[in-house]
Write a protein that binds this ligand. Structure first.
Ligand SMILES: Nc1nc2c(ncn2[C@@H]2O[C@H](COP(=O)(O)OP(=O)(O)OP(=O)(O)O)[C@@H](O)[C@H]2O)c(=O)[nH]1
Length: 313
């Protein structure tokens, strides 16, 4: 049988003199401080002073909350007292916001241990590592990801859902309809003779029209409705819990409002043609096909009109 030998962790330890220990503490790049039971700084190493921007003499004798933002002082003071009075020898590693002498807020990771001095009184030794840059990078990365996520689901010009995200939302709403046997209607609309606006006033004014019209429509629908730019000058409004008659009423009101609202600096009259359809237990594709045909009939009828889809599923 092989003999199992447990390694002695102190096997290679060379005993350090108090002078050597002080050298190690002074040279370490980790901020270290010792506070007494009242939370008063008794020792701070150079890395600690350097990080906070204080001279050692400015910290010794002060309460440790000098380096804590006002809003967290009471809480941290209480945690300090609890730790000093408690049983645990180690405090959990935690992230904190701290305040340097120049007022700058930084983020640290702090770990602490409770030790007893020669006088038998408990003290807290805190080890501080600056993670401000890492935190900033994380924040920037988070913002960049949020921006990418927004771009992936929204149309850049109008800010509303893009086609891909809109069709996913439609699918979800149709599933809800099936499960709970509720109503759902859709309105598909397209700006009339938009090419003429682009050709006459330029693409920039065309973009302004798209933005202003989107704003007008967004202001005129319910907060539960979902507005989608399908592409170009074609849009979809998903109206959960709305029957065909109400959807038609809403679409026609929007049509009239659009026609009556001068758009852009050229005060252009811009009209739209729309189709309206209700969910009839068929697929997303079928619903879109029906509403598209209705919109086409509205165009064919001379534009600036709303048509209801044929009643076939
Ligand atoms: N300014 C601008 N124009 C766009 C954008 N997307 C598509 N268009 C233009 O929209 C126009 C659509 O033209 P058509 O499909 O002929 O439709 P229309 O002129 O509105 O005619 P009807 O729909 O039949 O009334 C084209 O000139 C496209 O270039 C956009 O994001 N900005």
């Amino acid at each position: 049988m092989t003999e199992c030998r447990i390694a002695d962790p102190f096997e290679h330890l060379v005993m350090l003199s108090p002078h050597d220990t002080a050298n190690v503490i002074n040279a370490t790049p980790i901020g270290i401080c010792i506070t007494n039971a009242e939370g008063i700084f008794e020792m701070v190493n150079p890395a600690y002073c350097h990080f906070y921007g204080y001279e050692k003499e400015e910290l010794i004798g002060e309460h440790f909350t000098l380096v804590v933002p006002k809003a967290h002082r009471a809480k941290l003071s209480q945690l300090h007292d609890t730790f000093i009075a408690g049983e645990e020898a180690q405090e959990l590693r935690q992230e904190w916001e701290v305040r340097c002498k120049n007022g700058e807020k930084r983020t640290i990771i702090a770990e602490a241990a409770r030790v007893h001095g020669d006088d038998g009184a408990p003290r807290k030794v805190t080890f501080v590592v600056d993670i401000t840059s890492r935190k900033r990078l994380e924040q920037q990365l988070k913002q960049a990801n949020e921006r990418l996520d927004h771009l992936a689901h929204h149309d850049e010009l109008t800010g509303i859902f893009n086609r891909r995200a809109g069709l996913i939302r439609l699918e979800e709403e149709l599933n809800r309809c099936q499960r709970y046997d509720t109503k759902l209607s859709v309105v598909m609309y397209d700006l009339d003779s938009f090419k003429h606006i682009n050709d006459t006033y330029g693409h920039g004014i065309g973009d302004d029209v798209l933005q202003e019209m989107t704003q007008l429509i967004a202001n005129g629908i319910r907060s539960t409705d979902i507005l989608v730019r399908l592409g170009g000058e074609e849009f979809l409004i998903i109206m959960p819990e709305v029957d065909i008659a109400s959807a038609y009423q809403a679409a026609d009101r929007l049509r009239r409002e659009a026609a009556a609202t001068p758009m852009t600096t050229h005060a252009l009259t811009v009209t739209l043609s729309a189709g309206v359809a209700s969910y009839m237990k068929s697929s997303t594709t079928r619903l879109l096909d029906r509403v598209d045909k209705a919109m086409y009939r509205a165009k064919q009828s001379g534009r600036n009109n709303v048509m209801i889809a044929e009643d076939v599923s």
